[in-house]
Design a binder for this molecule. Structure first.
Ligand code: PCA
Length: 219
């Protein structure tokens, strides 16, 4: 069984992206009888989905976990829902800034992740790693990739029972110390992020029915 694990290239003003820094170190890792295949994805609307599709065709994964940077968050956050909209507050790495465009024209308004996000949060916290369910992946390239993934699984799975989802992670310490405009923002050490991704993957592979436990927010 194969797991496809993706991280993003750097974007905006950053020289590194913690998602790729963490994801690349898990390439070849064996977990619960599965092998993890790490791939780097461009931070570009459109191209990122073509790269993901090609990686899925190549790896034939039963589980896909996409990872992205959420600068300013303090926790590892499994995402609950992908929405069918691109609305860039900044340009992607190809200089494009779509506004209120569908990710996939004619597709549903949203898809839920098909991962046990509550159990993932429980297991991360039990290991001492800050984690929470997130109810929005934003409207930039991360949500775009997450929506494209869930649409691919809904319309063209590599196998019945193929599952997927998205996890956002905080800045690494060295990103914040290099940029005065990021001073004071929360960070997470790379080894903690990697340990957290191992737990997220192990839980996603082993838990089929999610916990019934609140992960909601008032606003
Ligand atoms: N984070 C961005 C895109 C790439 C990444 O790592 C986002 O949250 O949309």
């Amino acid at each position: 069984m194969n797991v496809l694990l993706t991280g993003f290239e750097p974007f905006d003003q950053d020289a590194i992206n913690p998602s790729w820094e963490a994801v690349q170190s898990l390439d070849g890792w064996r977990c619960e009888g599965a092998v993890v295949h790490a791939r780097r994805i461009s931070c570009v609307f459109g191209a990122s989905l073509r790269e993901l599709d090609a990686a899925i065709d190549e790896v034939q994964p039963h589980l896909v976990l996409c990872v992205g940077q959420a600068g300013g968050r303090s926790e590892i956050t499994p995402e609950r829902v992908a929405i069918n909209v691109d609305d860039g507050r900044i340009c992607d790495n190809a200089g494009c800034q779509p506004i209120d465009a569908p990710v996939v024209p004619g597709a549903p308004a949203a898809y839920f992740a098909s991962l046990p996000i509550k159990a993932m949060v429980r297991d991360l916290r039990a290991a001492g790693i800050p984690a929470a369910v997130s109810n929005t992946a934003g409207t930039f390239v991360c949500n775009h990739l997450f929506f494209g993934l869930m649409h691919r699984i809904a319309s063209r799975p590599v196998a019945p029972g193929m599952r997927g989802g998205f996890v956002h992670i905080p800045y690494l310490p060295q990103q914040v110390t290099r940029r005065p405009d990021l001073a004071g923002l929360p960070v997470m050490a790379l080894e903690t992020v990697v340990a957290g991704l191992r737990i997220a993957i192990a839980t996603a592979l082993s838990v089929r029915e999610d916990l019934r436990e609140s992960g909601g927010q008032l606003h």
